[in-house]
Design a protein around this ligand. Structure first.
Ligand code: HEC
Ligand code: HEC
Length: 370
């Protein structure tokens, strides 16, 4: 449990409850007479504090985590190369040139500054990308999802899979060999650490953690299924959304290949794959350690309390996700803007974009009622 430098919360200004409580941090006493603040591990990224201060456990988190990371490295001398940090979290040197180099191959300052600029609700999780940070998922309802991660990197067939996911993501992948590249070691050192020196959470702890994730429930939805939502439900059906966002889960639990990825017969035999390319940015699926060549169809339940949307959180709101102008290169994104970009299109997933303003309003009212 990392203990916080007392200055961090003034620096990053995290959201709090009306009582001033930061709901994903705890006081710890490790030494008599000394009270310290420590992170609540998973809860830090997977807790949402709403505008009115209400706390939704397990929802897409909105803690300024990237700013906290940037704060932690703020005093690293400017001339220090970013490579040691980049190697641990993002490097993918088996792809030539390594796609993480635009930030990972330079100095620490641009790396720090870009981190500090990321919007809340996306996170440059290890194995994803600082150039393409990923949407933090809503963990409410995770039991019903057959694939974990936006790229469907891991299956979720039963509680053991979820336990495995939690164990692996608790930093085990940083002692993984990626075709000879081992993130935590010096470049060129292809040895994994002796297993005897390593540990992970116990099966009991992981089981309890997974049971906790199963127990997460959405808060009561303030958006009623009214006449507008009923009209939106018809638009939803007419536009073919249920084919992929199938009720009652509002996902068909399938994977869609990205542009330029050839699906093998083996993959077709073993995974639930739709032969449809949705056309969103393929970077995370092709250029990162969590890449699989696919993105999953996300569930649409709980969209009323979450955002930003899209796998990189490119659209701050549902209104922006269904704004046809987002296909234009001159579009200024409302969510994650991309690295070094003032404007750029949010490509793909054109479903519902060319409907009338009234139909869109109804569609969004329906989605917010889920
Ligand atoms: C630094 C922020 C952060 C922390 C801390 C964190 N997560 Fe996550 N978590 C993420 C992000 C971002 C993803 C999405 C990764 C992706 O899609 O590639 C994710 C994905 C997941 C998923 C997959 C859900 C899905 O539908 O794809 C589960 C389950 C999960 N986290 C559980 C946990 C648990 C349990 C812990 C504590 C051991 C934890 N997380 C700690 C940011 C975090
Ligand atoms: C062919 C399958 C398919 C169809 C049809 C489809 N979607 Fe999607 N939808 C997806 C996929 C895949 C994503 C993930 C996109 C990404 O990776 O950024 C997605 C993402 C979304 C999101 C963003 C969710 C989030 O958490 O990021 C919304 C909202 C959405 N779809 C609504 C709709 C609506 C409404 C329709 C009908 C007008 C529709 N979709 C039609 C496959 C589909």
């Amino acid at each position: 449990m990392p203990v916080r430098d007392p200055g961090w919360w003034q620096a990053v200004n995290p959201p709090t409850t009306p009582e001033g409580i930061i709901p994903f941090e705890s006081y710890v006493i490790r030494e008599k007479g000394k009270v310290e603040v420590a992170t609540d591990a998973c809860a830090e990224c997977h807790t949402r504090v709403m505008a009115d201060g209400k706390v939704i456990r397990g929802a897409q988190g909105n803690v300024p985590f990237a700013q906290m990371f940037a704060y932690a490295i703020r005093n690293v001398p400017e001339k220090t190369p970013a490579a040691p940090f980049n190697d641990v979290f993002y490097a993918a040197p088996w792809i030539k040139p390594d796609p993480s180099l635009p930030l990972g191959g330079g100095g620490i300052k641009p790396f720090h500054d870009h981190l500090a600029s990321l919007p809340q609700g996306v996170n440059p999780r290890q194995g994803t990308s600082l150039l393409y940070p990923i949407q933090i998922p809503d963990l409410i309802g995770v039991k019903d999802r057959l694939y974990l991660d936006r790229t469907g990197l891991e299956q979720n067939r039963n509680i053991a899979d979820l336990m495995r996911y939690d164990a692996i993501n608790n930093f085990i992948q940083e002692i993984t060999s990626y075709d000879g590249f081992i993130p935590n070691n010096d470049p060129g050192d292809a040895k994994l650490p002796d297993a005897k020196t390593q540990s992970r959470d116990s099966d009991r702890a992981l089981y309890a953690l997974a049971m906790y994730l199963y127990s997460l429930k959405p808060p009561p939805n303030p958006n009623k299924f009214d006449a507008l939502a009923a009209k939106g439900q018809k638009v939803f059906a007419r536009e073919g959304c249920p084919k992929c966002h199938t009720p009652p889960l509002y996902t068909n639990n399938m994977l869609t290949p990205v542009e330029g990825f050839k699906v093998t017969d083996e993959a077709k035999a073993n995974y639930r794959i739709m032969p449809i390319v949705v056309g969103t940015d393929p970077y995370n699926a092709l250029n990162t350690r969590r890449g699989t060549g696919f993105y999953k169809v996300p569930s649409l339940t709980g969209v009323w309390y979450r955002g930003p949307f899209g796998h990189n959180g490119e659209a701050a709101t549902l209104e922006d996700w269904f704004d046809i102008h987002r296909l234009d290169d001159k579009y200024v994104r409302t969510g994650y803007r991309g690295y070094n970009l003032k404007s750029s299109a949010v490509p793909g997933h054109e479903y519902g974009l060319d409907t009338s303003t009234e139909d869109k309003q109804a569609l969004i009212a329906f989605l917010k009622s889920l």
